[in-house]
Ligand binder design. Structure first.
Ligand code: AMP
Length: 220
């Protein structure tokens, strides 16, 4: 059973790296941001509660986040383990998590703020299948259209200059102390998030003492 946390500022590739690891090791990928986005898209009560907070780049309240994580993990569909992405993001969330679960490793994707801005402001997403594109180095074959399902690509509501500034501030103020907390428990592996996705994946595997990717890192 493998239980990992992946952390990193927006645009550092947490989703892509989690999916690669999860697909190869049969882990369940749990993205708190994806759970909230699903609720917003499907107009649920929770979606209505978080929509404006997310669009502004702010953090959703700890009680709601913790209940979402608790509920997701109590489904126990993670026979081989899980990789949780985007959580914990502050000290209370980290303390809640450490009280309830043993973890095997925390991967921190390290990216300078200037590169974060370049990536996030050029990010486009397919609402249908969730694939992320970047107009600089991974643009779709047909502009504005998903290579996989043909869906119309959109900009995430929180990928704006204003929301990004809030998210970067929160990351440095609230999430960096979480990394320090985990570091004291010797769980943390810092990985440079600037190289190509497949190179980052190999670095993650080296750090975690895992074998190379079985199917090769196929990145959309
Ligand atoms: P992400 O996809 O991880 O960038 O998350 C998108 C948005 O969901 C964040 O900007 C927050 O508004 C919310 N969110 C996701 N995870 C958390 C968390 N652990 N704590 C608070 N808010 C979160």
């Amino acid at each position: 059973m493998r239980k990992y946390v992946i952390m990193g500022v927006q645009g550092s590739g947490k989703g892509t790296q989690s999916q690669l690891l999860a697909a190869d090791l049969d882990l369940v990928h749990i993205s708190v941001g994806d759970i909230f986005r699903w609720n917003v898209q499907n107009h649920t009560k929770m979606g209505a509660m978080v929509r404006r907070i997310m669009a502004a780049g702010e953090l959703v309240g700890d009680d709601l986040v913790e209940s979402v994580v608790r509920e997701r993990l109590t489904q126990h569909d993670w026979n081989f383990g899980f990789i949780i992405d985007g959580f914990p993001r502050n000290r209370p969330q980290a303390e809640f998590f450490l009280e309830s679960y043993d973890i095997n490793g925390v991967i921190v994707l390290d990216l300078p703020d200037s590169e974060v801005r370049r990536r996030v402001l050029n990010r486009r997403v397919c609402p249908g299948c969730g694939i992320n594109y970047n107009l600089i180095d991974s643009s779709p074959k047909v502009p504005g259209q998903c290579d996989s399902c043909g869906g119309e690509l959109v900009t995430r509501e929180d990928d704006t200059e204003g929301a990004l500034a809030v998210r970067l501030r929160d990351y440095h103020e609230k999430t960096n102390p979480v990394i320090e907390l985990f570091r004291r428990k010797e769980y943390v592996f810092m990985v440079d998030a600037r190289p190509a996705p497949e190179v980052i994946q190999e670095q993650i595997r080296n750090c975690l003492g895992l074998p190379p990717c079985k199917h090769g890192a196929e990145v959309a």
